[in-house]
Design a protein around this ligand. Structure first.
Ligand code: 13P
Length: 225
């Protein structure tokens, strides 16, 4: 089971350290549960140093990646800047799609992430969001995870129904991505997750707000461990 924490645009440096301080004992424990923390870019080295020093049993992910190779792209952060700190990257989050990110950009980002050896969490609001990739999916097996994140469930306190997750699984069953692991994201916390763990087809969860308070994230880890 995979638990991916998307910090989004939250935390000051001090708050990130406090969160780490509080969660470190729990994150040191060896668990079946695989935990990935995706902080804002500037905190990746901080979390990476904590991880190494405290021997935390976590991986780190970026919340986005540049669609370009190194060059004159002001504000972009590419795989060559990320790969020392992150093992994962989130691509195509609906909050970025709302800003105009389309499948052409998303495909270019996937290519860059693969070049950097990163594992990818590709966020899909529905099957229609799947980009038409013009390369063999065989080579990205074990590297690509699909996160079903219906827009209305994100940050609303109301997760999607189990039926909608099943429907998503059914919809992709006839597509080339049917064998890729599926995660669910949208208003998951220690309370709401209990329904979703009944779905054996889910390989894990992508959580936002429930990861921003150490206490809430700890509670979620407890339910999933
Ligand atoms: P919430 O868990 O706050 O609904 O956010 C989900 C999300 O967008 C994770 O990427």
């Amino acid at each position: 089971m995979l638990l991916i924490a998307n910090w989004k645009q939250n935390f000051s440096w001090n708050e990130a350290e406090e969160w780490l301080q509080e969660l470190s004992p729990r994150l040191k424990e060896k668990k079946e549960l695989e935990i990935v923390i995706c902080p804002p870019f500037p905190f990746l080295p901080l979390l990476s140093q904590w991880r190494n020093r405290e021997k935390l049993n976590i991986s780190l992910g970026a919340q986005d990646i540049s669609p370009f190779p190194d060059g004159a792209h002001t504000g972009e952060v590419g795989w060559r800047q990320l790969s020392s700190w992150a093992q994962w990257v989130i691509i195509g989050h609906s909050e970025r799609r709302q800003l105009g990110e389309n499948n052409e950009i998303i495909t270019a980002k996937i290519k860059q992430a693969l070049q950097g050896g990163l594992k990818i969490v590709l966020c899909l609001r529905s099957k229609e969001d799947w980009p038409a990739l013009d390369w063999s999916l065989e080579k990205i097996k074990n590297r690509l995870f699909l996160a079903f994140e219906p827009e209305e469930a994100i940050g609303s306190g109301k997760p999607a129904s189990l039926e909608s997750v099943n429907k998503f699984k059914e919809q992709i069953a006839s597509t080339p991505v049917r064998d890729f692991p599926v995660l669910y994201g949208g208003s998951i916390n220690a309370r709401t997750v209990t329904e979703f763990i009944k779905l054996s087809s889910l390989k894990g969860f992508l959580v936002g707000s429930a990861s921003w308070k150490a206490k809430e994230f700890k509670a979620l880890i407890d339910v999933l461990s």
